[in-house]
Design a protein around this ligand. Structure first.
Ligand SMILES: [Zn+2]
Length: 353
């Protein structure tokens, strides 16, 4: 099958987050004959597919999430000209399509290649199945490098920014709003913090010639019982995004310092950052194999999970990045061929002689 046919096949099997089983089953069935050794290893709705072994060369893991976010579409999955329209066409069934192709076409010699298709990436960090898969599959954590095929327009996107969400809770005391002095207004208590937040300027984090921005924003707010009651609770969600030089502990400290003890702070979803590793030989070889550019990855991706286990990891994928999570999401079919050629060139180049 052509790459376009493979992508259409992937897109005609719906896989909303939490509903990945049918797609996982289908991919598993399709690749059953291609797995080496003891075959495909399944964990929940995720699979690990060893494609080649015993090469004596580097062990490359290619990873992609099976799930897609819920978006609106005006028609069924379809090809129109150079575009393929479907939920997840760009994010990231385009990447899965290249993984399928590598499984079905001859691989260059001299590299061990393993594919990981996993569930629940588009949700909270703790529910993402790649975490338990990595914990259960020691072969993956011994890999030489991992490439996550998130949509990047065939650019090599290095490292990733970390993300921390904090629930910040101000507590006061209710009163009738005609007599506010009898209570303590939880919303008003947040004024100083909001002022500090709005005065905050992004700071930069430069690594290997790439620049990340450290930022903290209030992204949600809730509080109040009724229009005529002084509120006793007011909650803000703060989202801190931070570059590779900031550890999770430092990120927590940044939020606590900003709040200055004026409210209760509950850290609810913490995802570490990952370093770019631009000068790692396998990363440099990928940059030299036709990747269209080298950029920092400002958003969080699963490269951080591999990085935390000591496995170098990068983002490189053929999908149209700007189409991720969009209504009527589409991706460009010609980019699939380019992405496949880059990966194939790279695998050939790094293979043991
Ligand atoms: Zn994605």
């Amino acid at each position: 099958m052509s790459l376009a046919e493979d992508l259409l096949w992937l897109c005609t099997i719906p896989s909303l987050i939490g509903e990945e089983r049918a797609l996982c089953d289908a991919v598993q069935a399709r690749l059953a004959g291609r797995a080496q050794g003891a075959g495909i290893r399944r964990y929940g709705d995720s699979i690990v597919v060893p494609l080649s072994r015993g090469s004596g060369g580097p062990h490359v893991v290619l990873g992609g999430h099976l799930d897609v976010v819920r978006t609106e579409h005006d028609g069924p999955p379809r090809i129109e000209g150079e575009r393929l329209y479907a939920p997840g066409a760009a994010d990231m069934k385009s990447g899965l399509c290249l993984m399928l192709a590598l499984a079905q076409r001859p691989l260059p010699p001299g590299v061990d290649v393993t594919l990981v298709f996993y569930a629940r990436e588009e949700g909270p960090y703790a529910e993402n199945e790649l975490g338990p898969v990595l914990a259960a599959d020691p072969e993956l954590t011994g890999a030489s490098i991992a490439v996550m095929l998130e949509p990047s327009d065939n650019k090599l996107q290095l490292g990733c920014g970390g993300s921390l969400h904090a629930n910040v809770r101000f507590r006061g005391r209710t009163a009738h709003s005609a007599r506010p002095w009898q209570g303590d207004n939880a919303i008003h208590q947040s004024a100083a913090l909001l002022q500090r937040l709005s005065a905050l300027q992004p700071t930069t984090d430069e690594r290997d010639g790439l620049t990340w921005k450290n930022v903290i924003s209030a992204t949600m707010a809730s509080g109040g019982r009724a229009r005529n009651i002084i509120p006793d609770v007011f909650e803000l969600n703060l989202n801190h995004r931070f570059g590779p030089s900031t550890s999770v502990q430092q990120a927590e400290q940044n939020v606590l310092s900003l709040v200055q003890g004026e409210a209760e702070v509950e850290l609810v979803d913490i995802s570490p950052s990952a370093p770019p590793l631009r000068h790692h030989p396998l990363v440099a070889a990928l940059a030299d194999s036709g990747a269209l550019a080298v950029e920092p990855k400002q958003a969080w991706t699963d490269v951080a999970r591999f990085a935390a286990l000591g496995v170098p990891a990068v983002n490189f994928g053929p999908g149209v990045q700007a189409q991720a999570h969009q209504r009527n999401e589409w991706t460009l079919l010609p980019q699939l061929e380019v992405g496949y050629a880059v990966l194939h060139t790279w695998l050939t180049r790094i293979g043991a002689p």
